[in-house]
Design a protein around this ligand. Structure first.
Ligand SMILES: Cc1ncc(COP(=O)(O)O)c(C=O)c1O
Length: 395
């Protein structure tokens, strides 16, 4: 990481912080590593963990589709909002799975009215209420593509390990929803089992690693039965999706799976530092400048309070990574406008000196910046727009 930061620092010396920088070589290597770990199963890119159309194009090709040329390992996008999916389809994307249900009536109506959008976008559902919401948005719903989200959490007695999303858990639940969707005139094209407790949980202790193994084994049989139950009504499914950056080899090892999802593994934020399956090679950083020296051991930087989502706590705060040995102050943390750092390196810092940080999560940082500065191996810097830079904010 130090070598990457040396290169980023030299290449961006003329830029005034705060700014975000992405190392192109590391991004490419990380993309290759995800493909290797997926072992031949196509990877759908989680756009929430990218949040720049230009970076999506770097991974999927300029048609945002993937599956050809140097982009053979990646195919399609998992969008996080229907409005985003519609926007991406407007830029050429033809295989967009919306990873979460929507209640956006305007976007549903727009989808239903447009044949290209209907063919390019797949909605996520987990209840008949979703079907009713789609029905209510437009009378033109025939052929709308839907995917059933099946709860992939682990239950041990009363203990729930995993995220709280879909109420659909058993093969019977999934089959009943598939039947209802077909009765509404929708095309049931897929099922998704997102095992957050495996894909999104670092291997922080032996019990966690044990739980992950147990969960993968339980899910394997439930996934097979769930897919069979749905397919008995729909015929062969196009999409059986699962996984995330932290679980590619485990998820792709299940022959039921047709595709895995990954996004965070491209940028590698700090929450992805402690997985057994891969060695982190961070690609995305942000730089802040020292603007004052309140004490000999403290430098105070401009900006920095880019706190990640999830349970509030130390793991969600950005981490100063260069110069090495700097840390945030416990009382102030990363501030709205001012971020003090302390440590040996702070003693020699002058006004205007830079500190490089990593964010805790992958895409959220780019909601703070209009552009991300992409640095090539030869030191060339290209500013590419983030979603925000294109005036797009999907929540
Ligand atoms: C439905 C779904 N699939 C996959 C992922 C994995 O994304 P990433 O690789 O960025 O962790 C997530 C992340 O939260 C998700 O919600």
């Amino acid at each position: 990481m130090t070598r990457t930061l040396d290169r980023l620092s030299a290449a961006t010396a003329d830029l005034d912080p705060p700014f975000a920088a992405l190392d192109a070589g590391t991004l490419r290597r990380n993309a290759g590593d995800l493909v290797r770990r997926a072992g031949g199963t196509p990877i759908r890119v989680a756009s929430k963990s990218v949040r720049s159309r230009a970076v999506l194009e770097a991974v999927l090709g300029s048609d945002l589709t993937g599956g050809a040329g140097e982009h053979t390992g990646f195919r399609g996008i998992m969008a996080y909002s229907l409005r985003e999916a519609i926007w991406l389809a407007g830029h050429g994307a033809r295989d967009v799975l919306v990873g979460y249900p929507t209640a956006d009536r305007g976007a549903l109506a727009q989808l239903a009215e447009d044949a290209t959008l209907r063919e390019s976008i797949t909605l996520m559902i987990d209840s008949t209420e979703h079907l009713d919401a789609i029905d209510a948005a437009s009378t033109r719903r025939a052929g709308l593509r839907v995917c059933i989200d099946v709860d992939a959490s682990l239950r041990i007695g009363p203990v729930h390990v995993g995220v709280r999303r879909s109420p659909i858990r058993t093969p019977d639940d999934a089959a009943a929803l598939a039947r209802a969707a077909l009765a509404h005139g929708f095309a049931v094209v897929g099922v998704m089992f997102y095992e957050a407790q495996i894909a999104g949980l670092p291997d922080s202790s032996a019990p966690v690693t044990w739980m992950k193994k147990l969960s993968a084994a339980e899910l394997r049989s439930r996934r097979r039965a769930g897919v069979a139950a749905v397919e008995s009504h729909t015929g062969p499914l196009e999409i059986v999706n699962g996984g995330g950056s932290g679980s590619l080899e485990v998820t792709s090892a299940d022959p039921t799976i047709t595709e895995v999802t990954a996004g965070s593994g491209l940028y590698v934020p700090t929450l992805f530092d402690r997985y057994r399956a891969f060695r982190p090679d961070p690609a995305l950083f942000f730089a802040l400048a020292a603007v004052r020296r309140p004490a000999p051991t403290i430098a105070t930087l401009f900006g920095g309070g880019y706190i990640a989502s999830g349970p509030a706590g130390a793991s969600r705060v950005p981490t100063p990574v260069w110069p090495s040995g700097l840390r945030l102050l416990r009382n102030e943390g990363a501030g709205e406008v001012q971020t003090p750092v302390t440590g040996a390196a702070a003693r020699s810092m002058r006004i205007g000196d830079r500190v490089w940080f990593r964010h805790a999560k992958a895409g959220e940082l780019l909601e703070r910046f209009d552009a991300v500065h992409v640095v090539d191996a030869d030191g060339a810097v290209t500013a590419v727009a983030t979603y925000r830079g294109e005036g797009q904010c999907f929540g």
